[in-house]
Design a protein. Structure first.
Ligand code: PRP
Length: 214
C-alpha cells in the first residue's frame, strides 16, 4: 500500500442533521464507515480501515477546527461557511442537506423604519441588508429563531428553511430567499499541501459519486 493511503486524515464531521447524509455519501464513495456510528456519542471516532479519524463537532465549529489544523478536512453547511468566514479551502459541493437561507416574517409584515431582524447568522443578515441598502438592527439568537416575530422581539428573521414545516406550523412565510445551502467539503490550507494526494483522492471519490447520483 502506498504512503498516501495509510496517512491518517482527521475529519471534522458535523453532529446532527448533516452527519447521516455525509456518512452515507462517504460509504457510497467506497470509504469504509460503519453505519452504527450514526447514534454514537463518541466525540473522536477512529476509522482505521478508512485511514481516518472523525472529530464529531458542533456544526458551527467545523470551520474553526479546520482553520486551526486540528482537522485536515471537514464537512460543513454553506450557511455556517458564510457566517464564520474562516480561512479554509472550499473544495467540493457535496450536494447534500439542501436547504436555503431566507428572510422570514408574519404574512402581514409591512416595511418599518429601522426594523429588528433576529437570526443565528448576524454576519450573513448584516451583509444582506447592507447590500439591499436597508438599515436594520440585528439581534443574535441561538435557536428557535421563529419565536422572535411571534412574540414581538423582531419584525423579521433570517434563518434556514429546509422542509418549511417550522414556518408552516408557526404561521410564518418566506419573504425572500437569500441563497441556497448545501454541505461543502473544506480543507485546512497546510493540510491541503502536505496531504494533497490523500485529500484529492477523497475529493475525487466523492465527486465521482455525486456525479453518478446525478
Ligand atoms: C433549523 C432552522 C429552522 C428549522 C428549519 O433549526 O433554524 O428553525 O431548522 O427546518 P424546516 O424548514 O425543516 O422546519 P434547528 O432544527 O437547527 O434548531 P434551532 O431552532 O434550535 O436552531
Amino acid at each position: 500500500m502506498s504512503k498516501v493511503n495509510t496517512e491518517l486524515l482527521k475529519v471534522a464531521m458535523p453532529k446532527g442533521r448533516i452527519y447521516k447524509q455525509a456518512s452515507r455519501l462517504f460509504r457510497e464513495a467506497g470509504i469504509p464507515i460503519q453505519d452504527d456510528l450514526d447514534d454514537s456519542r463518541k466525540l473522536i471516532i477512529e476509522l482505521p480501515e478508512a485511514g481516518m479519524e472523525f472529530i464529531m463537532a458542533k456544526p458551527v465549529d467545523v470551520p474553526t477546527y479546520v482553520e486551526y489544523g486540528v482537522a485536515d478536512i471537514g464537512i460543513v453547511g454553506k450557511d455556517v461557511l458564510m457566517e464564520e468566514n474562516r480561512d479554509v479551502y472550499e473544495l467540493l459541493d457535496l450536494k447534500i442537506a439542501a436547504c436555503r437561507m431566507s428572510v422570514i416574517g408574519l404574512p402581514d409584515w409591512e416595511p418599518t423604519f429601522y426594523p429588528k431582524v433576529a437570526t443565528k447568522y448576524p454576519n450573513v443578515a448584516s451583509a444582506y441588508f447592507r447590500e439591499q441598502g436597508q438599515q436594520v438592527e440585528v439581534i443574535k439568537l441561538n435557536g428557535s429563531i421563529e419565536l422572535a416575530p411571534l412574540i414581538g422581539l423582531a419584525d423579521r428573521i433570517v434563518d434556514m428553511v429546509e422542509t418549511g414545516r417550522t414556518l408552516q406550523e408557526n404561521g410564518l412565510v418566506e419573504h425572500e430567499t437569500i441563497f441556497g445551502i448545501t454541505s461543502r467539503l473544506i480543507a485546512n490550507r497546510v493540510s491541503y499541501q502536505m496531504k494533497n494526494e490523500r485529500i484529492q483522492q477523497i475529493c475525487d471519490q466523492l465527486q465521482a459519486t455525486i456525479i453518478a447520483k446525478g
